[in-house]
Design a binder for this molecule. Structure first.
Ligand SMILES: C[S@@+](CC[C@H](N)C(=O)[O-])C[C@H]1O[C@@H](n2cnc3c(N)ncnc32)[C@H](O)[C@@H]1O
Length: 308
């Protein structure tokens, strides 16, 4: 069954963004519009909310829910292009708040046809934007064993990465791996260290999804662009769901605080050209929220403010 998406740390994110009527806001991850809806409510018909999502289904939902509002626009774009999008819209340096609520939404995970879930059988796709790039099945059909192992280790911290990669490469010589259940069963059958709390395919599915969608690259580009997109006093709010993302955000904010990021953000412009960001808060979900919405369990919200 496809569940509605419950926005994570809704009140905390809204408070962190300090939404004020008349302001310009950018929600980089519309999803099902939980956060966007709350921002629009706080704007009370004033200001402007630009929302992005690379998933056409999310954009269709945005049209249905808020398409008639004059202070709302949805853009079917990747937030990795945040800087270019803000420049195209003429709002670079003028945005009062940018929100990134990372990862996939519940409807994406719950729709077996999207191929994100090892718990339900479906085509092995995993693309947030099914119109572009390679699906997980297409990539697994040609990737080298060492590349697969590297992805599983780097993006899933999967300790069994080498054995799983070997089994994938052996299996595909007999039949292509094209279904989520097929991949999940293959991984579950590989001997090796096991967690007692999560399904053996959890980390591999996370890793392949992050790789297929270039999630960390998009986050890095958006973080790089955020200081120049924000107006002085504007807020950046990022909700991460795993340590790879949160480490990146934490490190970026630490380094952006004293004049801009350095290594490993190799594409960073010279530090002196980036306006600094001040760290405001790090927030975790309440026990009550985690009890009600297990998806919130691993969430971390970080808030920063652009200095003048
Ligand atoms: C966790 S959900 C956001 C949920 C949303 N805040 C809500 O309350 O409904 C993440 C959404 O961001 C989208 N997304 C993830 N990475 C993206 C990217 N790089 N560019 C644009 N959209 C992205 C996904 O397609 C998904 O719809």
């Amino acid at each position: 069954m496809i569940q509605a998406h419950r926005p994570v740390m809704l009140e905390e994110a809204l408070a962190g963004l300090a939404v004020r009527p008349g302001g310009i806001y950018l929600d980089g991850t519309f999803g099902r519009g939980g956060h966007s809806g709350a921002i629009l409510q706080a704007l009370a018909g004033t200001g402007m909310l630009h929302a992005l999502d690379r998933d056409p289904a999310a954009c269709a939902e945005a049209w249905t829910r808020f398409g008639a509002l004059p202070n709302f626009r949805i853009h079917a774009r990747n937030f990795g292009e945040l800087g270019a999008i803000a420049a195209e819209l003429g709002i670079a340096g003028k945005v009062d708040g940018v929100l990134l609520d990372l990862g996939v939404s519940s409807p994406q995970l719950d729709d077996a046809a999207r191929g994100f879930s090892f718990a339900q059988d479906g085509p092995l796709d995993m693309r947030m934007d099914p119109r572009s790039g390679e699906s997980a099945a297409q990539w697994l059909a040609h990737a080298k064993e060492a590349e697969i192992a590297d992805v599983l280790w780097r993006y899933g911290e999967e300790r069994n990465s080498r054995r799983i990669a070997r089994r994938i490469v052996e299996t595909r010589t007999q039949a292509p791996i094209v279904r989520t259940a097929q991949l999940a069963a293959l991984i579950a059958a590989v001997p090796g260290p096991r967690s007692r709390t999560i399904h053996p395919a959890t980390r591999s599915f996370q890793a392949i999804r992050i790789f297929i969608n270039g999630e960390l690259e998009a986050l890095e580009s958006a973080l790089q662009a955020a200081p120049s997109v924000l107006a002085p006093g504007g807020r950046l709010a990022v909700i991460s769901f795993h340590s790879l993302e949160d480490r990146m955000v934490k490190r970026f904010l630490r380094e952006a605080g004293d004049g801009g990021p350095r290594e490993p953000f190799a594409v960073a412009p010279p530090a002196s050209r980036l306006p600094p960001l001040k760290r405001i808060a790090r927030v975790f979900p309440s026990e009550a929220e985690v009890a009600e919405n297990p998806r919130a369990r691993s969430a971390v919200l970080r808030i920063a403010e652009r200095l003048p």
